[in-house]
Design a protein around this ligand. Structure first.
Ligand SMILES: Cc1ncc(COP(=O)(O)O)c(C=O)c1O
Length: 489
C-alpha cells in the first residue's frame, strides 16, 4: 500500500497559477526575439491572446468524432483548404495533425501501405538526403522501413538529385526532399527528385514543415522562390507546420496528399473490438479541438496580407544577418539560405577549418549575454555550426545580435580550447552501445559532467565536444540516458 498520497492538498487556483508562472522564469524567453530556436514570434500585438481564447473556446471538444462535434470538421476543412490553396494541386486532400513529426509519420505510413498494396513491397525503403529531418528516421524506425541515406552536396548542402535518382530501387516506398532543410535552410532540387521518383512509380514527399508557410509569402513579397509544392509533377505529399511560420501555438501542422486515394492509406480504422467503431486519421485518438481552433483563428486573423508582411520582415532580418555574418572574420555562412534559417560555422587559427571548440564557446558566451543560438554538431563531413531561426520579432534585434556576436567571438577566441580527455575517448571508443550496462553509461555521463544529481551544466561546450567525438550509435544511447536522467522522478 502506498504511504504517501499521490497529490498534496488542493490549493486555490491563483496559487497554482503563480507556481506555474514562476516555473517559466528559468526558461529561455519565448517572446522578444532573443531565442533563435524552438519559438516563432510574429511580434503582433494580441496574437497570443487570440490563440489562447480560441483554444479555450474549443478546449473541451473532442476531435475524435466529427459526427458528434461537427465544428471540428468545419474548422479542419477550412484549415486544410487554405493549405491546399497555397501549396496543393486540384484534388489534394489533407489532415490537421499535432506537428511536423506526426505529419511525417503519417506521410511515411501512407507510403509504406501504398507500396505494400499497390506494388507488393514487403520490405520497404525510405530514401532520404542526409539533411532530411530526424523525424523521417523516427518514422522509419516506428514503421519498419529501411532508411537509405544519400549524402548532400558538401558545398551547397542541397540534396544531390542525381545520386538520389541512382539510389532508387524496386523497394523504395518514398523519396524525400526538404523545402528547406532544417539544418542549413536550403531548398532541395524538388522538381528533379520528384521527376526521378515519378519515373519509377515511387511516391515523393516534400518536407515543407518549416518552409511551407513562409516561402509562398516570401514569393508574394517579391523574392524569387523556386516551385516546391504539390504543383511540382511527381510530388505526392507535403507537410507544413502552422506552429512554425504560421505563428499558431504549438501542436498545429498539416499533411497534404495529392488525392483522397493516397490519403486513405494514412487512415486507421478498426471494428474488431466490442467498443465504439474506430477511425483515426492521425496517430492520436482523443484530441482537443483547441489546437485546431487556435490555428484556424490565427490563420484567419493574420490573413494573406499579414503573412506577406511577416515574411518580408523575416526576409529583412535574414538579409541583415547574412550581410553582418559574411563580413565577420572567420565566419562562414553555410549554403544559400532560402527562408528564415541561417547556419554558420567559425574557423580556427588557420582561418579555414571549422573549429568546434571555438563555435561552442561562442554559443556559451552568447547564452551568457542572453541569446540562444542552437549548436549543431559535425556530421559526415558537414561542418559543425550554430543555427538561427529568424522570426519577425528578431528584425529589431539583428544589430545588437551582431554586436554581441563580435564581442562573444573575441571572448571565445581567448578561452582555452575544450578538448576531449584522451582517456575518456579511448574508454568510449571501446564501448558497444548495444551491450552497454547502466554502470558504464553512468560512468561516461559523470565524466561529461552530467552525472546523477549534477543538474544541467552551465556551459554546454565540454559536453558537446565530447558528444561530437563519439560514434553515432553511442551518441544516441548516451542522449537517451541523459534525457532519461532529466525525466527521473
Ligand atoms: C524541416 C522540418 N521537418 C520536420 C520538423 C519536425 O517538426 P516538429 O518539431 O513540429 O515535430 C522540423 C522541425 O523543426 C523541421 O524543421
Amino acid at each position: 500500500m502506498p504511504t504517501e498520497p499521490a497529490l498534496p492538498e488542493g490549493r486555490p487556483a491563483t496559487e497554482v497559477l503563480a507556481e506555474l508562472r514562476a516555473l517559466r522564469e528559468a526558461d529561455a524567453p519565448t517572446r522578444g526575439g532573443r531565442t533563435f530556436a524552438y519559438v516563432y514570434d510574429a511580434g503582433l500585438d494580441g496574437l497570443d491572446e487570440l490563440a489562447a481564447e480560441a483554444y479555450t473556446t474549443f478546449a473541451t471538444v473532442n476531435g475524435l468524432d466529427p459526427t458528434v462535434f461537427p465544428s471540428v470538421a468545419r474548422l479542419e476543412n477550412d484549415v486544410v483548404g487554405s493549405v491546399a490553396a497555397l501549396l496543393g494541386a486540384p484534388g489534394a486532400q489533407g489532415t490537421f495533425t499535432s506537428g511536423g513529426t506526426e505529419s511525417i509519420l503519417l506521410a511515411v505510413k501512407t507510403a509504406r501501405d501504398h507500396a505494400r498494396s499497390e506494388r507488393g513491397i514487403t520490405a520497404p525503403q525510405l530514401l532520404l538526403p542526409s539533411t532530411a529531418h530526424a523525424a523521417f528516421h523516427k518514422a522509419a524506425a516506428y514503421l519498419g522501413l529501411a532508411p537509405v541515406v544519400v549524402p548532400v552536396d558538401p558545398v551547397t548542402f542541397r540534396a544531390d538529385a542525381a545520386a538520389m535518382a541512382a539510389a532508387l530501387t524496386d523497394r523504395t516506398a518514398l523519396v524525400v526532399a526538404s523545402a528547406p532543410s532544417y539544418a542549413h535552410g536550403v531548398i532541395d532540387p524538388v522538381a528533379e527528385i520528384a521527376a526521378a521518383a515519378a519515373a519509377r512509380g515511387v511516391l515523393c514527399h516534400v518536407d515543407a514543415c518549416i518552409g511551407g508557410w513562409i516561402l509562398p509569402y516570401l514569393r508574394r513579397a517579391g523574392r524569387a522562390v523556386e516551385p516546391f509544392d504539390l504543383s511540382v509533377p511527381g510530388v505526392t505529399s507535403l507537410s507544413v507546420d502552422l506552429h512554425k511560420y504560421g505563428y499558431a501555438d504549438k501542436g498545429a501542422s498539416v499533411v497534404l496528399h495529392r488525392d483522397a486515394t493516397l490519403r486513405r492509406h494514412q487512415y486507421f480504422a478498426h471494428a474488431g473490438w466490442p467498443g465504439y467503431p474506430v477511425v483515426n486519421p492521425t496517430v492520436q485518438g482523443t484530441k482537443s479541438g483547441g489546437l485546431l481552433a487556435q490555428a484556424w483563428a490565427v490563420l484567419r486573423h493574420v490573413g494573406e496580407e499579414g503573412y506577406t508582411a511577416l515574411a518580408g520582415r523575416v526576409g529583412e532580418a535574414s538579409d541583415r544577418l547574412l550581410a553582418g555574418l559574411r563580413s565577420m572574420d572567420g565566419v562562414r555562412v553555410l549554403g544559400d539560405p532560402a527562408a528564415g534559417l541561417v547556419a554558420f560555422t567559425v574557423a580556427g587559427e588557420d582561418g579555414v577549418t571549422p573549429d568546434l571548440s571555438l563555435l561552442l564557446h561562442l554559443a556559451d558566451e552568447m547564452r551568457e549575454l542572453g541569446w540562444y543560438l542552437q549548436p549543431q554538431l559535425s556530421f559526415d563531413g558537414l561542418p559543425p555550426n550554430l543555427h538561427l531561426t529568424l522570426t519577425p520579432a528578431t528584425v529589431g534585434q539583428v544589430g545588437s545580435l551582431l554586436d554581441d556576436l563580435a564581442v562573444a567571438l573575441d571572448k571565445a577566441r581567448a578561452l582555452e580550447p575544450v578538448v576531449v580527455d584522451p582517456e575518456l575517448a579511448s574508454f568510449a571508443a571501446g564501448l558497444d552501445p548495444e551491450t552497454l550496462g547502466p554502470d558504464e553509461v553512468a560512468g561516461v555521463l559523470a565524466f561529461a559532467g552530467l552525472g546523477e544529481g549534477a543538474g544541467l551544466p552551465r556551459r554546454a561546450a565540454p559536453v558537446l565536444v565530447l558528444l561530437d567525438a563519439l560514434p553515432g550509435p553511442l551518441k544516441e544511447r548516451l542522449l537517451a540516458e541523459f534525457i532519461g536522467s532529466v525525466f527521473r522522478i
